[in-house]
Design a protein around this ligand. Structure first.
Ligand code: CTP
Length: 418
């Protein structure tokens, strides 16, 4: 789970977007977080403490004189073991209070009294004119300068009937930003190019040859790399998955298009991760018009020609990126994975028992490098992607071209995987 064990104080302030805080609470809990809700009086006009208590499974605090907290310090206790305070929605008034250090209710006092390591995130939510007001803009800039992380706002239709900036981010988007904020930044400042999904090789304008790759693993890798601080470009074959937040996606169909898109963007990338299931062959005599059934029962005769090997082409680039290949094998994973890594001349090859995991949410990965192989604990594809990104970052730091290659860790690494 993306936020396993994280303790979050969720603060609600007065705004119609309080209705979204109910869903956000559920999403945070589903992601493994513990949620302690604190509301301002104004927030209780929009959604009840009873609703928030039922969803969070914890007593909701509103009053700074609430004596239910054991030592009678509701403005101190909730943040002492918290990882973050998230104010969603954050009204214009509450933003102003934060910036000025006001302590005239429980939530504002909690924010001012939080320990330095407890990060403060705010999701502004207000009418477009309120957001654009110079005072609010000044407060937003000051909040950012004070180390408060602003999540949004977004633009669009508003509950008041007006349109513009000021909508609170959707709960799923807020969750994604929080997950990203908590992820260790092991690829900070790196540029990473990922291929994902199947390719589609046309036979005629309506038919083609493709495979069962769903793109889930590649998309999970792109998402994990972005969470790790990288600037990520995703070259994707045809899949029905949403683009991970913050990732630049380039859509392609055929292997040749994927090759061309990769080669056009590879300059300046430090890491290339080829997760796509690329068709080895394309139809050499593809028809520009739809093939019709012949009355005499004769079948179309397809001829094939070789597609470019994208991974091999990138691996052969002088001073190219650190290359990671994937291999979906239906048998002899260890033997085939080891041989494929050498054949493709890549420092790291990730093997899995492919066809059975296509489209599934779980997978098992075996990592092959120059020292041997190591199996990552089986799990869901996102957790595996996170582990894989850590493994890549560690190897990248050890790679010969990397300026920060500590010799001791290299020895340790060999011991671990031999
Ligand atoms: N790959 C690629 N371009 C191709 C074929 C494969 O970039 N034309 C990449 C895949 O994205 C993957 C790795 O190479 O990272 C291995 O793909 P796979 O299909 O398992 O390898 P092949 O070389 O095609 O070997 P096989 O004969 O097993 O199909």
């Amino acid at each position: 789970m993306d936020l396993a064990g994280k303790k979050i104080v969720l603060g609600l302030t007065g705004g119609i977007a309080c209705y979204k805080a109910a869903e956000l609470t559920r999403a945070l809990i589903a992601a493994g977080a513990q949620v302690q809700v604190v509301m301002t009086e104004a927030a209780t006009r929009f959604i009840t403490a009873v609703t928030m208590q039922a969803l969070s499974g914890r007593t909701v605090y509103v009053d700074q004189w609430d004596s239910r907290v054991a030592n009678n310090m509701p403005h101190i206790d909730p943040t002492r073991d918290a990882d973050a305070i998230v104010i969603a929605p954050c009204s214009a008034d509450f933003l102003s209070k934060l910036v000025h250090g006001s302590c005239d209710d429980l939530l504002s006092t909690l924010c001012v009294a939080r320990p330095a390591q407890v990060r403060l995130f705010i999701a502004p939510a207000m009418n477009v004119e309120m957001w654009q007001n110079p005072a609010t803009q000044r407060n937003a800039r000051q909040a950012a300068e004070d180390g408060i992380t602003l999540l949004g706002p977004a633009a669009g239709a508003q509950a008041c009937g007006e349109t513009g900036m000021g909508r609170m981010l959707e709960p799923a988007d807020l969750l994604e930003e929080l997950v990203c904020a908590f992820a260790p930044k092991v690829l900070a400042g790196k540029k990473v190019l990922v291929t994902a999904g199947p390719t589609f090789e046309p036979i005629d304008p309506v038919r083609g040859i493709t495979n069962h790759s769903s793109g889930k693993m590649g998309y999970a890798v792109a998402r994990a790399a972005r969470h790790a601080g990288a600037t990520v470009t995703l070259v994707s074959g045809p899949v029905s998955l949403p683009t991970p937040a913050g990732v630049h996606r380039i859509n392609v169909q055929s292997a040749q298009q994927m090759h061309d898109a990769v080669m056009a963007t590879i300059a300046g990338q430090q890491v290339f991760i080829a997760v796509a299931a690329v068709a080895d062959w394309r139809v050499a005599n593809a028809s520009t018009q739809k093939l019709k059934k012949q009355g005499n029962g004769s079948m179309p005769q397809l001829r094939f020609e070789q597609n470019p090997d994208i991974l091999a082409a990138v691996a052969a680039l002088p001073a190219g990126p650190y290359c990671v290949g994937f291999a979906a094998e239906s048998e002899n994973l260890i033997e085939n994975g080891r041989a494929k890594r050498e054949r493709k001349s890549v420092p790291l090859l990730v093997g899995n028992l492919g066809p059975s995991t296509f489209g599934q949410d779980t997978n098992e990965l075996v990592l092959f490098d120059e020292s041997g192989h190591v199996t990552l604990p089986a799990g869901d594809k996102q957790a595996l992607a996170r582990d894989l990104v850590k493994e890549i970052a560690r190897r990248l730091a050890l790679a010969p071209s990397s300026p920060a290659a500590p010799a001791a860790s290299a020895k340790e690494h060999r011991k671990r995987t031999a």
